[in-house]
Design a protein around this ligand. Structure first.
Ligand code: TMP
Length: 215
């Protein structure tokens, strides 16, 4: 079995950049590695992602949203994540089950036992070995996400980026609560640092983890 590493955080926390830097560093160090994301890590998932993030889809009910994330995850686990782990690869995933707890649980206030049950069904009980939580103030994150989108005229703020600040605050609090509950698995990294400092810190965490757990 390989290793399963997930990245989490609010909008604009810099996950995508850090996922890319980590996967390049791992491949260079001789750890075969793939980087993927939720929602949208598979072809079917990319279709589900379009439905979920389309800013015109304001009518999606929270329950529908929850089930669509679960559907995306089920396909992702079966088609990509489990086979890669069985091949001995390091799988880095940009968001996973913690995102459902933070966004649909803390953000949308859906029942936590329902979320946990669905997460378990969709992920076939697979848990991340290590989770990097990039944490920053909501104002900083949202501003970064807006600036990124405004540089590309083809990108509109997605359905989540258009949510109120209070929603993002609840999501951030959710993530911090998960990190407090599971400090062994979830490592919090300050996402206000510059890209290279963040990468250095993440590389230190991942390296130590892989050394301690390599058989
Ligand atoms: P991304 O912008 O990081 O690609 O993520 C897409 C959006 O989906 C982001 O706003 C967070 C949201 N999301 C959930 O609400 N629940 C989930 O389970 C996942 C995986 C993502």
């Amino acid at each position: 079995m390989g290793f399963f590493i997930t990245f989490e955080g609010i909008e604009g926390c810099g996950k995508s950049t850090q996922v890319k830097l980590l996967s390049e560093a791992l491949n260079l160090e001789g750890f075969p590695c793939i980087a993927t994301r939720e929602p949208g890590g598979t072809y079917i998932g990319s279709k589900i992602r379009e439905i979920l993030l389309n800013p015109d889809h304001k009518g999606i009910a929270p329950q529908t949203e929850l089930l669509l994330y679960a559907a995306d995850r089920a396909q992702h686990i079966i088609e990509l994540i489990k086979p890669a782990l069985n091949d001995g690869k390091v799988v880095i995933c940009d968001r996973f089950t913690d995102a459902t707890v933070a966004y649909q649980g803390f953000g949308r206030r859906l029942d936590s036992s329902l979320i946990n049950r669905l997460n378990e069904i969709a992920s076939q009980g697979l848990l991340p070995d290590l989770t990097i939580l990039l944490d920053c103030n909501v104002k900083i994150g949202i501003q970064r996400a807006m600036e990124r989108n405004s540089k590309n005229k083809d990108i509109r703020d997605d359905r989540f980026e258009q949510e109120a600040m209070e929603f993002h605050d609840m999501v951030r609090n959710g993530y911090l609560a998960i990190a407090k509950e599971e400090p062994e698995r979830v490592k919090v990294v300050d996402a206000t640092k510059d890209i290279q400092s963040m990468h250095g810190e993440i590389w230190g965490i991942v390296n130590a983890f892989l050394r301690n757990n390599r058989t």
